[in-house]
Design a protein around this ligand. Structure first.
Ligand code: NOJ
Length: 752
């Protein structure tokens, strides 16, 4: 089976014609680039309602009535490219969904085969198109750093358009697991530590994928991000109150936005593997949360029930998963092997099989698959890496960078800088790291940071470039002397360092959150030259930067920005774009602080006087190095005039207020106004503050704007340890600011 992707030639041609903004030197941020508009797509999908939905139910039942037991179980079987895939499974109705096919010719062949099967039920075709298909967008954590739901939706939209162009109609995204432990390698795939931000991001991503014609699978239900010690797949322990307060809301947001499917977690929560957890999947997800779509297992997670020690063999694993509420088996093959026998032995009622099939068929109808035209492989190439997709990728990348430090306003690069040494393989690799590369997408040649700097700064600035280390992971120092000589001779060093290769993603947990390989040594050498160092970090998670931040004047946290990332980095370094990203996760001072997050509970002994017997460390401060919501700008914003419309709001009401924001600096810019609330006294200890609203505003230099915000009181509810929802009257503090330390405060009384 070919792993090659048909339109490789077209991709390569496009890759050399980077269409950036007009050339020439423009060191002001006066023209903040505008955001590309969204386009309406004919393949857009959404749950149908009214008579259309009723008609779908009728068609589902009619189809179900015609199906043999084997055909039913075939619909529950997700197979795909990989060991032993046999297209005949599709032709004979033994595989209702497939995954990991990216060559539209192969997809077409399989779609055609499905149409030759007895009942001609169309295939769902899945892929981890996590942050792009051919045009790569910033990683999800970088998208979250934009704090801009419209841009996040746009990224998902173009990812879906391109995936759909190759025949993919289902993606395993968004991952909405809360991530509070940067040791976990999948931090890059989520939206960070905050419940409200993660919920807003989840809904935006679902909307975007669906508008672009690809169904979503919100994952991983539930609690996967709390793996103990950040070690992937490890057990998680989450009390019900915390599960409902923290982990469930992003799933609820995705479901409310119309997520068609949900994926189980690979881990066991409170001693029960998610894939066998009926309380979680049937009672909570399908029952209490009202999820109408189908549940798919994670990869082989049904088979893994044996290793988890809750099933003795494949038959028991299949039975437990189905009865727990897993409708579709991803890749373990155990449903197809065992469920028919389980039904015949009356260990699994046929009604349970019917219910799973019903959910899958319902999704297929609502996705519009029965009416959709098959993929046209001849058209695919022309629909990939198009100018609007690239414009969208650039727009998102521009806003995903977080300026952590900028001592002495060393950035944007000043006019008196005559020479720059760009150091680091990550500045110049011509490939973009992308989750899903393992399924064989082609790599695309891209610009380099040095080329972008040269483009903006012109020939009067000398630019040298050295990779500094031999591989992207920094295994060995390369050209050490030449690199350092160039660095010594330059007015400014731009070091582009970070994590690539095996340092991010699934099963990439780390205990040391430092620069991998020799990069730390390289950075020390650069700092020792005495020349100012601007550090551009490309990582999939927050690293511990305590030592580094004390020694370099400027740091840009860029995560991985995707196809247009180096273009965006050039724009930010030179001031064409004013950075406006905000941290979606706290950056710890040391690994020993982890987990460190802003919405923790108070303790009986908070650290106030910095004395013994306070909740603190002997050898470390409590606060992170950079807090959640933090990010600098090339301009300066001030907030004042916080006013609440009403001092007393009923339980059924909404807290409405306003604050004035002023751009007190000399450049146009964007800032995120963040609104946090705290319940002063409750029946349980409540977090010290929680983000409840935010808005990103664009302000010209010197301009002011009054920003209105609204927080429905019901957003202040929480759960007790029986899972009952509580919304309590009393005093609530409102804090408004530009990061989670927001100090502008007011108080509101919530009444009965
Ligand atoms: C395992 C991952 O946990 C899941 O997120 C992903 O969608 C599947 N593999 C399919 O690739």
């Amino acid at each position: 089976m070919s792993r090659l992707f048909l339109p490789a030639l077209a991709l390569a041609t496009l890759a050399f014609s980077l269409a950036g903004p007009a050339q020439g030197q423009n060191r002001s941020a006066q023209n903040q680039p505008s955001q590309p508009a969204a386009v309406q797509d004919p393949n857009a999908m959404a749950w149908r309602s009214g008579p259309e939905a009723a008609e779908i139910e009728r068609r589902v039942e009619a189809l179900l009535a015609q199906m043999t037991l084997d055909e039913k179980i075939g619909q529950l079987n997700l197979t795909g490219r990989g060991d032993g895939f046999d297209p005949q499974w599709v032709a004979t109705g033994r595989s209702g969904a497939i995954m990991n096919f990216i060559d539209p010719r192969e997809v077409r062949r399989l779609q055609d085969l499905a149409r030759t099967s007895r009942l001609q039920i169309p295939l769902i075709i899945g892929l981890d198109a996590i942050h792009g298909f051919a045009t790569y967008f910033p990683q999800p954590i970088g998208q979250a750093a934009t704090f801009d739901p419209k841009l996040i939706e746009l990224a998902a939209y173009w990812t879906a358009r391109e995936s759909r162009a190759a025949g993919v109609n289902w993606t395993f995204a968004p991952m909405v697991d809360l991530t509070r432990d940067p040791r976990w390698g999948r931090v890059f795939e989520g939206a960070g530590e905050d419940v409200h931000l993660a919920s807003v991001v989840a809904a935006a991503r679902v909307r975007g994928y669906h508008r672009g014609g690809v169904a979503t699978s919100v994952k991983h239900f539930a609690g996967y991000g709390e793996a103990e010690a950040g070690r992937d797949y490890n057990s998680v322990w989450i009390p019900l109150s915390k599960l409902l307060d923290r982990h469930v809301p992003p799933f609820q947001a995705a479901i409310a936005a119309g997520a068609f499917t949900a994926m189980t977690s690979l881990s066991a929560m409170n001693g029960m593997p998610a894939t066998a957890d009926r309380g979680l999947l049937t009672d909570l997800l399908k029952g209490r949360l009202g999820f109408r779509g189908f549940v798919v297992s994670d990869f082989a997670s049904i088979e893994e029930l044996i290793k988890h020690g809750v099933a003795a063999d494949g038959a028991e694993a299949a039975r437990k998963a189905l009865l727990a509420g897993v409708d579709m088996d991803m890749f373990s093959g155990l449903y197809i092997q065992h469920l028919a026998d389980e039904v015949r032995a009356e260990r699994v009622p046929v009604a349970a099989i019917d219910e799973a099939v019903r959910r899958i068929l319902r999704v297929k109808f609502h996705m519009g698959l029965f009416e959709a035209a098959p993929v046209d492989p001849a058209a695919t190439a022309g629909l990939l890496i198009t100018p609007p997709a690239r414009a969208a990728a650039l727009a998102v990348a521009r806003e995903a960078m977080v300026l952590l430090k900028n001592d002495g306003d060393i950035l944007p690069i000043r006019p008196d800088v005559r020479s720059i040494a760009v150091v680091g393989a990550l500045a110049m690799v011509d490939e973009d790291w992308q989750y899903g590369d393992n399924v064989g997408l082609p790599r695309i040649r891209r610009s380099t940071v040095q080329a972008e700097l040269a483009r903006h700064l012109g020939p009067q600035v000398r630019i040298s470039a050295h990779s500094g280390f031999t591989t992207q992971c920094g295994i060995e120092l390369a050209e050490r002397e030449a690199t350092l000589a160039a660095a010594r001779a330059a007015d400014l060093i731009v070091a582009v360092l970070g994590e690539e290769c095996e340092f991010m993603g699934e099963s990439a947990s780390r205990t040391r959150l430092d620069l991998p390989g020799v990069q730390g040594e390289l950075l020390n050498d650069l700092i020792a030259t005495g020349k100012p160092v601007v550090l551009v970090l490309k990582t999939g998670r927050p690293l511990v930067l305590t030592d580094i931040a004390a020694r370099v004047p400027a740091i840009i946290q860029s995560f991985h920005l995707g196809s247009e990332g180096r273009v965006a980095i050039g724009e930010v370094l030179t001031g064409r774009v004013n950075p406006s990203g905000k941290l979606p996760m706290s950056m710890p001072r040391s690994v020993g602080q982890i987990p460190v997050y802003y919405d923790h509970l108070p303790t009986g002994r908070p650290q106030i006087k910095h004395e013994r017997y306070e909740s603190s460390f002997i050898d470390e401060r409590n606060e992170p190095l950079f807090p959640f919501g933090f990010g600098l700008s090339y301009t300066r914003f001030t907030l004042d005039q916080l006013v609440l419309d009403q001092a007393r709001v009923p339980l059924a009401g909404t807290i409405v207020g306003s604050v004035r924001i002023t751009n007190a600096g000399a450049r146009d810019g964007r800032e995120v106004v963040q609104v946090y609330l705290r319940q002063r006294v409750g029946s349980r200890s409540r977090p010290v503050r929680e983000l409840k609203a935010f808005e990103k505003v664009t302000l010209a230099a010197g301009a002011s704007q009054t920003v209105r915000f609204a927080v429905p009181v019901e957003a202040l509810a929480f759960h007790d340890d029986q899972g009952r929802r509580r919304l309590e009257p009393g005093l609530y503090d409102v804090f408004v600011g530009t990061d989670s330390r927001a100090s502008l405060a007011a108080t509101v009384e919530v009444g009965e």
